[in-house]
Design a binder for this molecule. Sequence first.
Ligand code: GLU
Length: 313
Amino acid sequence: MLPTPPAPASVYRGRFAPSPTGPLHLGSLVAAVGSYLDARTQGGEWLLRMEDVDTPRNVPGAADDILKTLAAFGFEWDGPVLYQSARFDAYVEALAQLKRSGKAYGCACSRKEIADSATRPAVDGGLAYPGLCRDGLPPGRAARAWRLRVNDDEIEFDDRVQVRIAQHLETDVGDFVLLRADGLFAYQLAVTVDDEFQRISQVVRGADLLASTPRQIWLQHCLGFATPAYAHLPVAANAAGEKLSKQTLARALAVDQAAAELVWALNFLGQPAPAELARARLAEVWAWALENWSFAAIPRCRAITVLPASNPS
Ligand code: GLU
């Protein structure tokens, strides 16, 4: 068990943090709607963060397109959008702090070297890092990446939607990458530094990120940050069990059918929005959603299969 972290801000600050790898789709809409309504129905703020740290995956124009789509759907965010691409110095500083405290170390391993000596799979795919460079770089080798030292204490948290989650990072993940061999900061570091910077008290996002959360809690602990509350919403999956995503070619949201798309997302989250709202004005859909939002009605599962026929066409 980790010691009790500093308490998060008592004011509700939520966020939506899309990656600009393509247009928003129904899967991303579910996370946007869930985080937005949870924040607004508790008088909270809702911030936007563009997670463009993984620059090779960014699609030109996607960030602006996402913001336009959110605005056209009637989302209203607080304050300026935070772009991770402008946050390099903050990530450098966080890594420096972890290096100073001996928690981060340089790693020379190639993928092949890791594959050849790893003995366990990691929780979310890949292999648990076998710790080859933990006690120092092999003679004559230079650091390619920087990793965070973990231990095998249990990290557990009570998710607001899912059952209690527990991981032993050393067994389930291994020392994980903070700065990649290609010079880019890893999502885990960027998201942790930015949730703290934006003083996020409530993270509401897709359950595909559930397995990442113990790493983020460990990073918060190592950096002296507060731990927000977490709610991981079920993700929409296709008949093959794959999450709806750009990779599975989920279609872009249709702005001219915003009311119908919102009603679909509300129904997906267990909110019985009446079908006729799909043809109503957006303001009416939001009024219904804000009036009737029930967090308790969200299905307590990690994924829900959606058939193409249940999407508005
Ligand atoms: N950028 C991530 C995504 O689009 C979300 C990260 C998060 O919410 O923590 O899947």
